[in-house]
Design a protein around this ligand. Structure first.
Ligand SMILES: NC(=O)c1ccc[n+]([C@@H]2O[C@H](COP(=O)([O-])OP(=O)(O)OC[C@H]3O[C@@H](n4cnc5c(N)ncnc54)[C@H](O)[C@@H]3O)[C@@H](O)[C@H]2O)c1
Ligand SMILES: O=P(O)(O)OC[C@H](O)CO
Length: 313
């Protein structure tokens, strides 16, 4: 730590949902001064943002662009670090949340926080690990210091978009994994799905310039395993309940919080068609979300695709 650098940071968290409130608790445990802003609260954002060391966004994807431009309308210290914990893609531009924050704040350090982090487990104080990624390693280390504890292990990483995409793309695979379990397809099928899902994630990541090795880490494979195997995951629940015959509208109406994989799947389908990138699993999830096929038909489509080498799509 540099001389004069204060140990405890002032942090403003944007979004009082499941993840924002859990991250607030983790930062407070370490002695940091944390305020949580919600669009439904009475506190004025302009009064809270003045001179904070860190602004962490945990709003769902649909709110990121609006919140980033709202923040920009207030004076922000040039030293403020921005952290994004959202796992989604912008439907209009296909930008990741960190790309949106960087565009609004080109002279600030942007850090992505992502990993196998089911908020309910972390809120119960169960151990977990995550990744903080930035082009500015010092900024990533500041965020690492803020959140690290005996029950939350934080690693740094230099590939923010790769870390962010690991967390975003696995949500579509988690819907597929929920379908797999909802149909009782067994452990072999689930292992095949998750492994081919990772291959698909890496292929999509390449379009964004993400590093392949990032997807083998906590924010990639780690989050894929957590989300595809846990009934606590909202995305997994979407798939599971679709396989059990519920409609998407029914499922979303009763889901606690946001299942980003639904929107991400639509964005990816657009990207797949626009750039001719094969995304077989994403395509079947899309058809299911749109009620174009049954879960059984989606399974057959995947199993009977043209024969190929494991190294190809
Ligand atoms: N819950 C988790 O386990 C978890 C873990 C890691 C990452 N995430 C990611 O964090 C993000 C938030 O997830 P969550 O579980 O907290 O969802 P949530 O639905 O519980 O909360 C979303 C928050 O975003 C806010 N929001 C939405 N639109 C907004 C707008 N236009 N303006 C201002 N605020 C707006 C909502 O008011 C709410 O506070 C998602 O992208 C999710 O994928 C969640
Ligand atoms: O509940 P989900 O499906 O949004 O998953 C939560 C986290 O992303 C798991 O790391």
């Amino acid at each position: 730590m540099l001389v004069n650098e204060k140990k405890f940071k002032s942090i403003l968290i944007l979004g009082a949902g499941a993840w924002g409130t859990t991250l607030a608790k983790l930062a407070r445990v370490n002695g940091n001064q944390v305020t949580v802003w919600s669009r439904h609260g009475s506190q004025h954002l302009g009064d809270l943002i003045n001179n904070v060391d860190m602004v962490l966004s945990a709003v769902s994807m649909k709110g990121v662009r609006e919140v980033a431009s709202l923040v920009k309308s207030f004076p922000v210290s040039p030293h403020t670090i921005f952290v994004t914990a959202t796992k989604g893609l912008d439907p209009e531009t296909t930008c990741t949340p960190s790309q949106i924050w960087q565009t609004e704040f080109p002279n600030h350090s942007i850090v992505v926080l992502s990993g196998p982090n089911l908020s309910q487990e972390i809120a119960q104080e169960l151990p977990a690990a995550t990744v903080v990624a930035s082009k500015n390693n010092m900024a990533a280390q500041v965020v690492q210091q803020v959140f690290s504890s005996g029950r939350f292990r934080v690693y740094t990483n230099p590939d923010p978009v790769g870390v962010e995409l690991g967390g975003t793309l696995k949500n579509v695979m988690a819907i597929a994994a929920g379908i797999c379990d909802g149909l009782n397809l067994g452990t072999n099928a689930k292992a095949a799905l998750v492994t081919r899902g990772l291959a698909e994630i890496i292929r999509i990541g390449a379009i964004f310039g993400a590093k392949t090795e990032t997807f083998y880490g906590l924010s990639g494979l780690g989050d894929l395993l957590a989300t595809c195997n846990s009934p606590l995951s909202r995305n997994y629940q979407v798939g599971y309940q679709l396989a059990r015959g519920k409609t998407l509208a029914e499922i979303l109406a009763n889901l606690p919080g946001t299942a980003e994989g639904v929107n991400t799947c639509y964005v990816l389908m657009h990207l797949s068609l626009e750039q001719s990138i094969p995304m077989p699993i994403t395509q079947q999830v899309y058809r299911l979300l749109e009620s174009l096929i049954t879960p059984q038909q989606a399974l057959e489509e995947l199993m009977l695709r043209g024969m190929k080498s494991e190294y190809h799509e």
